[in-house]
Design a protein around this ligand. Structure first.
Ligand code: GLP
Length: 246
């Protein structure tokens, strides 16, 4: 079941999403959090850091598993998702870095990197709350539109539209890696709860298609219609095409 939570703008969306994550952490101090990158969750992480600084949140028993990573980027590359997580969250809260996991983009052998990550996720005992963003083509993590829903962690060749969208973070389009490691759809669906954040008018079409259209691997996020506990926090612009249906 999908519950839509509408916020007036990006800041309110970020606070409301942080509320959901905070509630999870308060109810279960040793939660396994599935974390996401991209520009949308940055405000959510900033809210969590603020609450940690106020003394309202404790990350000491939290374990985190990230969705994805560019293949070939080293940890000190400021565009790697490893770097992003340290920069936006891990270095600012009291999480034990030994309990934080991001797929290792430096492993050249894809089969080895993916098997290793599936084992890490399995060993956590399962994700309690999975945070997700939404790509313009409906991708979640880096699960691009495909013929089937991929199950476990796998290596993907990024869609040109994803490379174009993410080029804004790199010095040039040529520097955007063309491949990535991502958790599979089954792993994402195995999370007990899912929290998606969406912001901006440019996401309005894909929000309508993914959550009010057919469930199809051509729109990977559409699978979330079949999950029992999904909360989508979006701002008015992102929900503009579905506002009469929620
Ligand atoms: C990226 C990430 C996704 C993210 C998505 C949307 O490619 N791999 O995890 O959700 O694109 O990004 P943004 O939030 O910047 O729109």
């Amino acid at each position: 079941m999908i519950k839509f939570v509408c916020a007036k703008d990006y800041d309110e969306m970020s606070r409301k999403a942080a509320n959901v994550i905070s509630a999870q952490m308060v109810m279960k101090a040793n939660s396994v959090l599935g974390l996401a990158t991209g520009s949308t969750p940055i405000g959510t992480y900033a809210c969590l850091v603020e609450r940690y600084e106020k003394g309202d949140l404790d990350f000491s028993k939290i374990t985190s598993v990230n969705l994805d990573e560019y293949k070939g980027l080293t940890h000190d590359n400021d565009q790697s998702y490893y770097y992003f997580m340290n920069d936006n969250l891990f270095s600012k809260v009291n999480i034990d870095l030994n309990n934080t996991y991001v797929p290792d983009g430096t492993i050249e052998d894809s089969a080895e990197a993916c098997a290793k990550y599936d084992e890490i996720v399995r060993a956590t005992g399962g994700v309690d709350l999975q945070l997700l963003g939404l790509g313009h083509n409906g991708h979640i993590g880096f699960n691009e539109p495909a013929e089937v829903f991929p199950k476990g962690t796998h290596c993907v060749t990024l869609a040109q539209s994803t490379i174009d969208a993410n080029a804004r973070f790199f010095a040039s389009k040529e520097e955007v890696p063309t491949q990535a490691y991502t958790m599979g759809i089954q792993t994402i669906m195995n999370a007990k709860k899912i929290l998606m954040v969406v912001s901006g008018a440019d996401k309005a079409d894909i929000v309508a298609k993914a959550f009010f259209g057919d469930v199809t691997p051509n729109v990977p996020a559409s699978i979330l219609q079949l999950h029992q506990d999904v909360t989508i926090v979006g701002d008015e612009a992102a929900f503009s095409k579905i506002k009469d249906m929620i």
